[in-house]
Structure formats: structure tokens, C-alpha cells
Design a protein around this ligand. Structure first.
Ligand code: BG6
Ligand code: MG
Length: 326
């Protein structure tokens, strides 16, 4: 059985058989989208549990939702995909029961190269500085700079070629940033990578907490330019907040703390080797984006656009497998 979007009404009408109350469905957080049933309950103030039978296409499931747990028993013959607070379950075949602890889970996104197309602007700006300094610098070397701070990037770039005084370091860092900001401005709306907003919306619909963890001090302006500063994220942690940039886990740990989710309940989405290392050190599951050699990431996709949110829900269920009993 696939549940289609336009079947939401039918589903709501069938809630509890005799309780065709859409407010009730709202508080149970039941929604249908893309053939999946999402359950992210918001219990009304004062109520401790919500119990109901859901009859759908003549099959009944019995639900019990509390602030800490969701338990559902399905009659045999039920077959559907259900997402409970970001975790995917495939129901099919005989009688089945699911019981899930409700512990907040989240996704922590790197910014440059994952949500916005700014990695190329960093590269071009550094390339122009390298040309001025008459030192070698190419895309391969640039891979080492992804995820690391502005100062460390300059150090890696000049390493073994020239030495700079502190005054020169400050001068070239400033110059690079001015060039970078100009390139980012020129990108306009194209800065936002395709598919990002619908992807984030799907994760939010599934009840996941979302945050940004970037080494960049330009994070606030990039989020504003792309319209990602509103609605999408529960927390932001960036280069303005941290002492150690990736591969140190500081920025990921701070993002998780700010969104109120344990690091072990988070997936880190990254395009840089240093970022994957940082996510792993933070104790998160890691999701690599792009073509770079990302080492030991748990999952790898070409881009956000090519990623089905179901992949995230599937990873979430693995992440929280300890909480699931059948
Ligand atoms: C990271 C980028 O997100 O931010 C790096 O991947 C960059 O390339 C770093 O050096 C710091 O960025 P900014 O904007 O503070 O110079
Ligand atoms: Mg990046």
C-alpha cells in the first residue's frame, strides 16, 4: 500500500474510525507525503498520552503516543513506509509492533560546498592571492583547505614555498576575504545549491532538528543571501564562535548543543575530508557530499539534489537502532 498525498484527508477521516477530527490528527502529527506516512506528534499541553486506532484500507493499527515513546501495533496485511521522528520503518507482512523512544535527533550541515556553491569562490580568491605571491596552488591543494579556517588555509597554501610576516598574513587574509565576498555577491541567487530548500523542508517535516556547523566567519551573510537564515535551522554554529576549525570537532559539538540534540543522535553532512574527520570525532554519523575522497564517511552522495531524504531517514533508523524493539 502506498499512501499518496491526496489520501491525507481519507487518512484523517479514518482516524480512530469514529474520531474524524483533523485537530486530533494534527496533534498526532500524522502527515502523508511522497508515499510515506510521517508521525511527529506534538502532545497538547496537559495531555500525557494519545491513544487511537487508525483504520486505513480496512486494516487497523493501534497507536499509543506519549512524550517519551511511540508504540504502534499493525494488523497483518499492513504494508507502508512510516517515518517516526526522522526514522524510517518499512511495515509489511504479518502482525507487527513497533516501539520507539522519542529522543531528539538532528542533522548538522556544513555550509560551503554542501548547501551553497561558495567553495569555488574560496578557491578562486585563494588562487588570485597565490598568483600574486607567485606560489604554486591548484585544485588538488585546495581540497586541503576545505573546512579549515582562513588563517590555516593561508598557512597550508604557502607551506614549503614562502614565509610571511604577521603583518603580511593579516594583509593577505583580508585581501582574500574581500575577493571572496565580491565573488559570492556576483553569484546572487545561484549561490544556493539546487534542491537544498525542499530537502531541508522534508527533514523538518519528519521532525528532525537541523543546524549549520561551518568554519566560515561569513556564514551569517551567506545564509541571508540565500534565504536560509529563516525557518530552516534550529541552530547555527560558525567560524565566529569557535577557537578550533575542522578537523577539530568543536563546531559540530556546538551546533548539536545549540539544537539540543546529543552528538550521537546526529548526522553530519560534509563535503570536506577535514569536515568528515570533525564529524566523526564529534561522535556523529557522517554523510559525505561531492566527489572528493572523503575517507571513512558512513554514506556518500554526489549532491544534496541527488539525495532522497529517505536516505537520511534510513540512516537515522540505524543510528537509533538501540531504541527499536520488534
Ligand atoms: C570553510 C571553507 O567553510 O570556511 C574554507 O570550506 C574556508 O574554505 C573556511 O577557509 C573559513 O571561511 P571564511 O569565510 O571565514 O574565510
Ligand atoms: Mg564545505
Amino acid at each position: 500500500m502506498k499512501i499518496k498525498k491526496n489520501e491525507e484527508l481519507l487518512l484523517i477521516e479514518n482516524l480512530g474510525g469514529s474520531v474524524p477530527d483533523s485537530k486530533f490528527a494534527k496533534s498526532a502529527g500524522l502527515k502523508c507525503e511522497d508515499g510515506m506516512l510521517f508521525c511527529t506528534p506534538l502532545l497538547p499541553e496537559g495531555s500525557r498520552t494519545l491513544s487511537f486506532d487508525l483504520t486505513f484500507r480496512k486494516r487497523t493499527s493501534s497507536w499509543k503516543i506519549s512524550r517519551k515513546r511511540i508504540s504502534v501495533s499493525f494488523q497483518s496485511g499492513y504494508s507502508c513506509k512510516i517515518v517516526f521522528e526522522g526514522k524510517l520503518f518499512r511495515i509489511g507482512g504479518g502482525k507487527q509492533s513497533i516501539s520507539v523512544d522519542r529522543i531528539p535527533s538532528g542533522v548538522v550541515f556544513d555550509l560551503d560546498g554542501v548547501l551553497v556553491d561558495s567553495a569555488i569562490c574560496h578557491y578562486r580568491a585563494w588562487k588570485s592571492i597565490a598568483d600574486e605571491l607567485k606560489i604554486k596552488f591548484d585544485e588538488k591543494k585546495n581540497d586541503l583547505l576545505r573546512g579549515v579556517s582562513r588563517r590555516e588555509s593561508l598557512m597550508v597554501m604557502i607551506e614549503g614555498q614562502i614565509e610571511l610576516t604577521e603583518e603580511q598574513i593579516q594583509h593577505y587574509m583580508h585581501k582574500k576575504n574581500e575577493l571572496y565576498k565580491k565573488l559570492v555577491d556576483e553569484s546572487g541567487e545561484a549561490l544556493l545549491l539546487p534542491g537544498v530548500k525542499p530537502f531541508l523542508s522534508s527533514l523538518k517535516l519528519a521532525g528532525l532538528k537541523l543546524s549549520v556547523a561551518s568554519s566560515s566567519k561569513n556564514t551569517p551573510s551567506l545564509l541571508k543571501q540565500t534565504g536560509l537564515d529563516k525557518f530552516y535551522f534550529d541552530a547555527i554554529a560558525d567560524g565566529n564562535d569557535i577557537k578550533n576549525s575542522k578537523p577539530h570537532p568543536e563546531v559540530f559539538l556546538l551546533a548539536a548543543k545549540r539544537m539540543g540534540v546529543k552528538p550521537s543522535r546526529c548526522i553530519a553532512v560534509e563535503d570536506a575530508p577535514a569536515g568528515i574527520e570533525a564529524g566523526r570525532s564529534a561522535g556523529m554519523m557522517t554523510f559525505g557530499i561531492g566527489y572528493a575522497d572523503l575517507g571513512k564517511c558512513d554514506f556518500h552522495m554526489e549532491s544534496i539534489e541527488k539525495t532522497d531524504p529517505v536516505e537520511i531517514f534510513g540512516l537515522m533508523s540505524k543510528l537509533n537502532s538501540k531504541d527499536i524493539t520488534f
